[in-house]
Design a protein around this ligand. Sequence first.
Ligand code: GAR
Length: 235
Amino acid sequence: MTARGRDAAATGPHGRVPVAVLISGRGSNLKALIDAAKAADYPARIALVISNNAAAGGLGFARDAGIPTRVIPHRDFDCREAFDAALDDVLRQAGVSYICLAGFMRLLTPDFVTAWQDRILNIHPALLPAFRGLDTHARALEAGVRFTGCTAHLVRPEMDDGPIIAQAVVPVLPDDDAERLGARVLAAEHRCLPHALALLAGGLIEVRGQRALAHAKPASETYLFNPWLEPDKMA
Ligand code: GAR
């Protein structure tokens, strides 16, 4: 069983599944989602953008697109449980079906994650299960890997764990530093996350244990392994 039937009633008058995007900073992945959701056949609509940080630059992308925003400053709460309870209230009042973490730099409590089981999508800037946590690009360079990338996955209580919906691979080039490599990975994230959200919100993902199976044959351009290094665009 996929989530298709379950979400059919939740699409409402807009005919698309309502999703909340959670951010903490720049919001370039949010921007990629906003752009993807402009397509007439995109199955999700971004109903709300929430940030734990009032200064998050990404809030501007939401406002420019006419998407409602909420700031829930984590410093206003004594503990993670209280923050997550407030977050849960806002999400339920907004009536969203899915939560997309797009550079949301807060760990969610196990109770929250369990309450939203298989409904929270995260983008991580490495090929999980390699390089969980922070500073992924510096660590990838130090480890000497030839490829790295990004992972869009369902969230589980353990950090950077959960069924993988999509991954994109990028090469590590000889003159990379963490910034250059990070920019290459970020460009891949901007394709990977909207693709994964479309599968999830479209009701096409079936979770079997640790695996997320997509009930859709990807278009050839969504086979993200071995990406073409366009000669004209190489530095
Ligand atoms: C992205 O690279 C995302 O993968 C990462 O933060 C960046 C946010 O950029 N997320 C994490 O590291 C989560 N552990 P953005 O604000 O421009 O989308």
